[in-house]
Design a protein around this ligand. Structure first.
Ligand code: ATP
Ligand code: MG
Length: 543
């Protein structure tokens, strides 16, 4: 049987003798009037915090910020609660008050606060809970039997624990209340949640608090599922303007002070959307993505030539005369769960995305599909990322159709090259080129995206702390990479078109026999050899 912790029997968590009960009840006698929800409201009136910046006392309840009372009532009423908040609204104070109240008023309750790191965990206990306790009226200070860096044990048998977020934070915890503070910033939030779940399922209470940190992480998923009614969590959003000193003018001032748009949205959101979508350092402006989402074309009925690629393909525009097309290809590595084979086709003249493909088929099937798309779009140039399985897909493509116009990087002065390297190699150096080009194309409106799935990937594509970029946890970026490759080539070609023939960058082989690619390889090889005497003669190598 699960117990509602809010109407908990005071000795629910421990079997104690009548004598001990009497002793403990004597201790908690003065706290009698703080039992229940109205008791909590009375408790708020007697506690006092301290502003760590100024050393001034902080009043809560009637003499403080009144909305904080509603937050505490919500803490009291909801057994599972997720709170999305703006910065510096006193939420850590409120959780400290609630925890202390619970521990003092209800003997033998264990409570736990998990913080983002060690320092926060000890601070929560010492500077928040400890401070509240020391400032209580003397008759309410029931006495402690243990005061440690991460543990307070009271004479009534109650315990308050704080823990930093680690792999086993919360493991083995049983108790009446657990709070996760700044959950989006906890490195092991998901594990902690799983550790706490049994205690919660057993009648305990769980409150998950945080400022947003982009989408896709544990905190965002918990919130999204709460809103969708998929878990049993109630949810509460605390916007920036709850702070009495903050108004529109204040926010404008902040806007100027933050170097980037997303920072303001993350720290001081006005709406939930803003908090999640704009925080977490999005690479592509959320406002632009939002507009593109509304302007995106619906796919047309798949043309007969591509019917075999259903249901993986979406065609937005058939090939047009005198246009040229670039086909970008990202191959599924097959290692990470969820990654896709993706193709994106861009019209080189208009900059519009005309088709998109995404599947999880095997490499050899994917090669067939790439060929079909390239053929359909007027023998389009194809640029394949050659990392991982990409190299194998390229080899298959070349056997399938030796005349395919496959991207080959300019050889430059590369020495000792003994084979032709087709395809694009994504590295820490080349990736920023692709992503910045895509960013610019989107921002300037030169590139028009039609696929909603791609726009969704873009909305959840983020910059990491180290400056690199990646999909938010649990999101894909395969369509995005395919599009970035195609768009990069469109730009290169536009730049070079006036001066150089397309074949300067696009190596189209004029051979049609199956082994043509080999002859071609040998020809390039010979050329290299002529340039560089260090390379051994072909005949020697083949012998
Ligand atoms: N009732 C109140 N009256 C006056 N000031 C308050 C009140 N509640 C909170 N504050 C102010 O808010 C500050 C931040 O409190 P707290 O650390 O609990 O906020 P927080 O929402 O957890 O912030 P963060 O986002 O930094 O974690 C306090 O130091 C105090 O200055
Ligand atoms: Mg806090």
């Amino acid at each position: 049987m699960t117990q509602n912790p809010l109407k908990i029997d005071r000795f629910h968590f421990k079997r104690v003798s009548e004598k001990e009960k009497r002793k403990v009840l004597n201790i908690v006698e003065p706290l009698e009037r703080f039992v229940g929800e109205e008791g909590l409201m009375r408790f708020v009136d007697v506690v006092e915090g301290v502003d760590m910046a100024t050393g001034m006392p902080i009043k809560f309840g009637k003499d403080g910020w009144k909305w904080q009372l509603d937050v505490l009532r919500t803490f009291y009423r909801e057994r599972r609660l997720v709170v999305l908040k703006a910065r510096q609204l006193g939420v850590t104070w409120l959780s400290a008050i609630y925890t202390l109240w619970k521990a003092l008023v209800y003997p033998y309750t264990r409570t736990l606060i998990v913080s983002r790191n060690r320092e926060q965990a000890s601070m929560t206990l010492r500077n928040y809970i400890g401070e509240l306790y020391r400032r209580l009226p003397k008759n309410l200070q029931i006495g402690t039997v243990a005061e440690q860096a991460f543990l307070l044990r009271f004479r009534n048998g109650s315990e308050i624990l704080t823990q930093p977020s680690t792999e086993d934070a919360g493991r083995g915890f049983t108790g009446a209340l657990a709070i996760m503070d700044e959950a989006a910033y906890q490195p092991y939030a998901e594990l902690t949640y799983l550790s706490l779940k049994p205690a919660v399922d057993n009648g305990g209470q769980l409150i998950v608090l945080s400022t947003a940190k982009g989408v896709g992480n544990f905190f965002h998923r918990l919130w999204a599922e709460a809103v969708a009614g998929k878990n049993n969590f109630a949810y509460l959003f605390l916007p920036y303007h709850l702070h009495p000193n903050r108004d529109e003018a204040w926010r404008e001032q902040q806007r100027r002070e933050f170097p980037e748009e997303w920072m303001l949205a993350q720290e001081y959101p006005a709406t939930v959307e803003e908090a999640f979508v704009m925080s977490g350092r999005p690479v592509f402006s959320p406002l632009t993505i939002d507009r593109l989402m509304r302007e995106a074309k619906e796919p047309i009925v798949t043309p007969e030539e591509l019917a075999a690629l259903d249901p993986y393909i979406q065609v937005f525009q058939k090939p047009q005369e005198n246009h040229f097309y670039i086909v970008g290809v990202d191959c599924a590595e097959g290692l990470i769960h969820g990654d896709l084979n993706a193709i994106s086709v861009i019209d080189g003249i208009t900059g519009e995305q005309v088709a998109e493909y995404a599947s999880r088929v095997e490499a050899f099937v994917f090669a067939d599909h790439i060929k079909a798309v390239a053929d359909y779009y007027q023998a389009a140039n194809v640029i394949v990322e050659r990392n991982g399985i990409g190299a194998a897909v390229i080899a298959m493509l070349r056997r399938l159709q030796p005349t395919l116009r496959l991207y080959k990087p300019p050889t430059g002065r590369r020495r000792y090259t003994t084979h032709i390297v087709y395809g694009w190699q994504t590295t820490v150096k080349t990736k920023p080129l692709l992503i910045s080009a895509l960013q610019e194309g989107i921002a300037k409106g030169e590139l028009k995206i039609n696929s909603k799935a791609l726009l969704d990937e873009m909305a959840h594509y983020q910059r990491n702390e180290d400056g690199s970029t990646a999909a938010a946890p649990g999101r894909t970026d395969d369509r995005l990479m395919a599009t970035a490759l195609a768009w990069y080539q469109v730009r290169e070609l536009r730049n070079k078109r006036e001066q150089l023939p397309v074949n300067y960058y696009y190596h189209a082989m004029e051979v049609d026999d199956v082994y043509g690619w080999m002859k071609e390889a040998i020809r390039v090889w010979e050329e290299e050899r002529a340039r560089n005497q260090l390379i051994r003669p072909v005949s020697e190598i083949l012998a």
